[in-house]
Design a protein around this ligand. Structure first.
Ligand SMILES: Cc1cc2nc3c(=O)[nH]c(=O)nc-3n(C[C@H](O)[C@H](O)[C@H](O)COP(=O)(O)O)c2cc1C
Length: 187
């Protein structure tokens, strides 16, 4: 294995989903924009380039946190809602990634796959520079009010993920199945 391959293997396997970020250390926007530009070299069938990246500013983040709080008050109660609101308001970086919709089911499936590749690229490029990410989806990202707050036309695009980013305050550990459980060699 060449050194370069070793580096990529190390980068991929060391990347972790980061749940807690340093609240006051905000990554430079230029790093994020450059990383997005590189991430777009992801494979995509028929060169559809189906992704779009939205970087959320303070006002939009505050609106999203408020929406999430309101939704959580309904389902989990005020205490949990306020706790989460405070945690979310401290997350330094917010990007929403969308995928163009398509009436053609196969095309949409392939476009969604391409967007996932682009997101993984983005997470790895940032990780290489010490910036952690968390790919998040949930009730708020599926809610039409969220689409409105982030200026996404739900008739044209689907949200693939909300990507939080920042410098990790903690790097968790996780596991993967051993290769023999996920790999079959055919004659
Ligand atoms: C489509 C998608 C949605 C995810 N949504 C969430 C989420 O809402 N909350 C969360 O804690 N992690 C979420 N994750 C991250 C996974 O939980 C995480 O990748 C998994 O636990 C493995 O950890 P690792 O990324 O550190 O290897 C999501 C990942 C993907 C690919």
């Amino acid at each position: 294995m060449s050194n370069q391959t070793m580096d990529i293997a190390e980068l991929i396997s060391s990347r972790r989903t980061i749940h807690v970020f340093e609240p006051d250390k905000i990554p430079d926007k230029r790093i994020i924009k450059e990383a997005i530009a590189t991430a777009c070299w992801a494979p995509n069938h028929h060169l559809t380039e189906p992704w779009h990246f939205f970087m959320l500013g303070k006002e939009t983040v505050a609106d999203v946190c408020q929406l999430n709080k309101e939704m959580l008050i309904e389902t989990k109660g005020i205490e949990k809602a306020e706790h989460k609101y405070k945690r979310w308001m401290e997350i330094p970086g917010w990007i929403v990634v969308t995928c163009q919709k398509s009436d053609d089911e196969v095309r949409y499936q392939e476009d969604y796959a391409a967007c996932c590749c682009a997101i993984q690229n983005l997470m790895l490029i940032l990780w290489q520079q010490g910036i952690g990410t968390k790919w998040s989806t949930g009730p708020v990202t599926f809610d039409e009010r969220f689409y409105e707050l982030v200026w996404i036309n739900q008739e044209l695009e689907n949200i693939v993920g909300l990507i939080w980013y920042g410098y990790p305050a903690d790097i968790p550990q996780t596991v993967r199945k051993p290769l023999q459980q996920v790999f079959t060699e055919l004659p």
